[in-house]
Design a protein around this ligand. Structure first.
Ligand SMILES: C[S@@+](CC[C@H](N)C(=O)[O-])C[C@H]1O[C@@H](n2cnc3c(N)ncnc32)[C@H](O)[C@@H]1O
Length: 291
């Protein structure tokens, strides 16, 4: 494994040997640790729990949002692996929560490569837990900020004779529950466009996003609590996500922009039984393909 601190931090199942723990601020709530709290995880501290409990107070089903979102991620990665996708760029990985993207993808394609990225040092501190690749596959973790997509694709792990991902072949970019931390000023179209423009035809975008369409009072109140802590939070609706896909020149795949709780496995013969209600999950999911 290789890592140094800062923007170039890098862990890999195939390169290097050293590890320096990052500096972590335990005094302020962080989105990754609050999300871990919603999922019932153990990696959070008092300021995270305090803010997360206030969010639960205004949006009692936030734990259902988190679980329905993981359910969507699982189905989307499995579905793409089943049709041959064997490279994944996961931005906003979060604190490892099994099954992680690589476990799902490599169960279908043992040779799959996954490049994980998050900007939060707390995720870097836990990233060793992501390094359990199959022998045929490869996993890399880098610290990077989605708002600077060039720092992800231009990272040293993408250089040299054996880069983390081969950009000559299709890649699935998974932006799962991260885009609601990207404000309009950050310019979501520029950011996602920069990632997708660097990838060849046949690449995919998997995106999930909090929406205020089904429970506006609860989701808006939760967003205000995030803002009070200096954390960005931006709900978007079905129309905004469809427009983003169109603006990027991507092809929206069935079932379209659908609440994450309503996604079902492709192999299922059962009539879809939604996991939770749309209002409880308050999250939209989509898969799009680069023509
Ligand atoms: C709600 S968690 C989602 C984790 C995981 N993708 C999932 O859906 O289960 C959002 C993650 O995005 C990360 N994040 C937020 N803004 C980011 C940015 N600008 N660049 C990179 N990561 C970011 C947070 O640190 C956090 O780990």
């Amino acid at each position: 494994m290789t890592t140094d601190n800062g923007e170039t931090a890098w862990l890999s199942t195939v390169a290097g040997t050293s590890w320096t723990p990052p500096e972590i601020d335990f005094t302020k709530p962080q989105t990754a640790r609050m999300y871990d709290y919603y999922l019932g995880g153990k990696d959070h501290y008092e300021p995270d729990r305090e803010t997360a409990e206030r969010v639960v107070g205004v949006w009692p089903s936030v734990g259902k949002f988190a679980r329905a979102n993981r359910h969507f991620m699982h189905l989307a990665v499995e579905r793409l692996a089943a049709v041959g996708v064997d490279q994944f760029l996961d931005v906003g990985t979060g604190i490892p929560t099994s099954p992680n993207v690589h476990e799902i993808a490599q169960a279908v394609r043992p040779g799959a490569r996954i490049l994980y990225t998050d900007h939060d040092p707390v995720v870097l501190a836990h990233a060793r837990a992501l390094m359990n690749s199959t022998e045929q596959g490869r996993i890399d973790y880098i610290q990077g900020d989605l708002r600077s997509p060039g720092t992800i694709l231009g990272h040293p792990c993408m250089a040299g004779p054996d880069p983390a991902l081969d950009l000559a072949r299709p890649v699935a970019v998974t932006l799962v529950a991260i885009m609601h931390f990207i404000t309009p000023e950050d310019d979501p179209r520029r950011i996602v466009g920069a990632l997708m423009d660097a990838l060849p035809s046949g690449s995919h975008l998997v995106l999930s996003h909090i929406t205020a369409e089904f429970a506006p009072a609860e989701v808006d109140a939760a967003a205000r609590l995030y803002h009070q802590q200096g954390l960005p939070a931006q709900a978007r609706d079905e129309r905004e996500l469809s427009e983003l896909v169109d603006a990027l020149g991507l092809e929206l795949l069935p079932p379209g922009v659908l609440p994450v709780n309503r996604w079902t496995p492709d192999t299922s013969d059962e009539p879809p039984t939604p996991l939770y209600t749309d209002a409880e999950a308050s999250c939209l999911g989509l898969i799009a393909r680069k023509p």
